[in-house]
Design a binder for this molecule. Structure first.
Ligand code: GDP
Length: 180
C-alpha cells in the first residue's frame, strides 16, 4: 500500500472564482469531508493535500485556496505560479459569479502555464429553487472553451470528489500520457 509520504507526482491546483461561491467548502469537503455553514472568510490555510492513484501512479494534489484574497482583487501571480490545474468556480444561484468567469479565466491565462487544465464548476446545486444559471448555460460556456464542466454541492457532497478527480485525470492525460 502506498504510504502518505510516497508519491510519483505532486501537482499544484488552484481554486479561483468570486468570493462566497464555495471554494473553501469544496476544498474542505474534498480533503477532510467537512462543511462549514458559518464560514465567512477564508483565513490561514494556504493549501490542503490529498493523494489519488491513477493507473498505478500516486498523485499528490496540492490544492490552493485564495485565503480571501479575491475580495480585495489582490491575488498575486505567486498564487498561480506552477499551477497545472484550476477549478474555476461560480455559484449557480448568483448570476454575476457566472458572468465573472471570463475575468477569472483571463487572469489564469495571464499568470499560469498555457497548458493549465481547467474545470468549470457550478456550485450549490442543493439550492435548486434559487438557481439563476441553468446547467445548459454552464455546459455551453465550458464547451465553447474546450474545458471540462461539472455542477457540485459542497453542502450535500454531490459531485465534489468527481470535480477534483476529473481534473486530476485530465492533468494526468496531459502531463503523463501525452509525454510517454
Ligand atoms: P469562498 O469564499 O468561495 O471560499 O466560499 P465559502 O466556501 O467560504 O462559502 C461561502 C458561503 O457559501 C458559506 O456560508 C458556505 O457555507 C456556503 N456554501 C458553500 N458551498 C455551498 C453549497 O454547496 N451549498 C450551499 N447551500 N451553501 C454553500
Amino acid at each position: 500500500m502506498a504510504s502518505e509520504e510516497h508519491y510519483d507526482f505532486i501537482w499544484k491546483v488552484v481554486l479561483i472564482g468570486d468570493s462566497g461561491v464555495g471554494k473553501t467548502n469544496l476544498l474542505s469537503r474534498y480533503t477532510r469531508n467537512e462543511f462549514d455553514a458559518e464560514s465567512k472568510t477564508t483565513i490561514g490555510v494556504e493549501f490542503s493535500t490529498r493523494n489519488m492513484v491513477i493507473k498505478g501512479k500516486t498523485i499528490r494534489a496540492q490544492i490552493w485556496d485564495t485565503a480571501g484574497q479575491e475580495r480585495y482583487r489582490a491575488i498575486t501571480s505567486v498564487y498561480y505560479r506552477q499551477a497545472v490545474g484550476a477549478l474555476v468556480v461560480y455559484d449557480i444561484t448568483k448570476r454575476h459569479t457566472f458572468e465573472n468567469l471570463q475575468k477569472w479565466l483571463s487572469e489564469l491565462q495571464q499568470h499560469a502555464d498555457p497548458n493549465v487544465c481547467v474545470i468549470i464548476v457550478g456550485n450549490k446545486t442543493d439550492l435548486r429553487e434559487q438557481r439563476t444559471v441553468t446547467h445548459e448555460e454552464g455546459r455551453a460556456f465550458a464547451d465553447e472553451r474546450h474545458f471540462s464542466f461539472i455542477e457540485t454541492s459542497a453542502l450535500d457532497s454531490s459531485n465534489v470528489g468527481e470535480a477534483f478527480n476529473n481534473l486530476l485525470i485530465d492533468i494526468f492525460k496531459k502531463q503523463v500520457e501525452e509525454s510517454e
